[in-house]
Design a protein around this ligand. Structure first.
Ligand code: UTP
Length: 289
């Protein structure tokens, strides 16, 4: 019997250099996709997967994240007094239940592996999800929920993957598989940015993981990997020696919001997909062409 996945780690402490200068004073994951910050969509995805506790790994100057998920009595009272009840309802819908969110300071952006390791005490001894919030996924069933479905079938550790665009696999973390049949396959390894022509598959790691707590022991050594950073992939490779890992090719489309064009694509796609404002968005976009 596998333990249920109840907690998610959301590392947001990176510097977001690819989306500067916008990310200088606004944390990258607080940039808007249409009318809500990226993190709002990520929290919705996590809830759809049954997540009950959110562990944000934040850096200095990212207080806007905590403030967004906190009450704002002055704003709420003003909206109420002015009778703007629809807008008030939208604002209140973003608030978590008391105690649902934890915020941990990473202190220095030493790498994704280090960010995840900072969550060890809050996660404790249970499986957990890691969500890279700059990867926004539009999917018929929430991407993390698809990962949890896979976890319920095979247990162990799950890495969500998708096919890299033709000729671009060398830019990503790529998985090696023990045969490929259907969407869920046992992994034999993974490699960060393989030289072109040496990629073990075309499937890249797209930013959703379900990991066993044993990953924390493997991160404990704090060894620097590619780019001088403490890499999550290095720790996963070590854990793979002792535990099964499966790659899940999820159904959906990923938008890399850590990149300027990806952020623009996500804005357009999510605006067009809005049941209430999609038509107006389409008209506004077409008028520009
Ligand atoms: P990225 O490498 O995509 O984010 O890390 P970054 O460092 O902010 O981006 P660039 O390359 O400078 O533009 C993936 C995720 O891991 C988090 C980032 O915030 C991002 O959500 N991260 C990365 C941390 O929380 N801490 C780190 O030390 C590194």
């Amino acid at each position: 019997m596998t333990k249920r996945v109840r907690k998610a780690v959301l590392p947001v402490a990176g510097l977001g250099t690819r989306v500067l200068p916008g990310a200088k004073t606004t944390p990258k994951n607080m940039l808007n996709i249409f009318d809500r910050p990226i993190l709002s969509y990520i929290v919705d995805e996590a809830r759809a997967a049954g997540i009950e506790h959110f562990v944000f790994i934040v850096g200095r100057g990212q207080g806007a994240i905590e403030d967004y998920f906190d009450a704002n009595p002055e704003l709420e009272t003003t909206l109420q007094t002015k009778g703007k009840t629809d807008i008030l309802a939208e604002v209140l819908a973003e608030l978590p239940k008391p105690g649902e969110m934890s915020f941990i300071r990473q202190m220095a952006p030493l790498g994704l592996g280090h960010a995840v390791w900072c969550a060890r005490d809050v996660i404790g001894d249970e499986p957990f999800a890691v969500m890279l919030p700059d990867m926004l996924m539009a999917a018929p069933r929430a991407a993390l929920a698809q990962a949890v479905d896979a976890y319920d079938k095979v247990g162990g550790n799950i890495v969500v993957v998708e096919p890299a665009p033709e000729g671009e696999a060398h830019k990503y973390g790529i998985v090696a598989l023990d045969g490929r049949e259907g969407r869920l396959n046992r992994m034999t390894g993974m490699v960060e940015k393989p030289p072109p022509g040496t990629e073990p598959s075309n499937l890249f790691i797209s930013g959703r993981y379900i990991l066993q707590p044993d990953i924390f022991d493997r991160l404990e050594r704090q060894e620097r990997g590619a780019g001088g950073e403490i890499q999550l992939t290095d720790a996963m490779a070590r854990l793979m020696a002792d535990q099964p890992f499966h790659a899940l090719e999820y159904e959906g489309v990923t938008y890399d919001c850590g990149d300027k064009i990806g952020l623009l694509r996500a804005n357009v796609a999510f605006a067009l997909a809005r049941p209430d404002m999609g038509e107006a968005a389409r008209a506004a976009i077409l008028a520009l062409l």
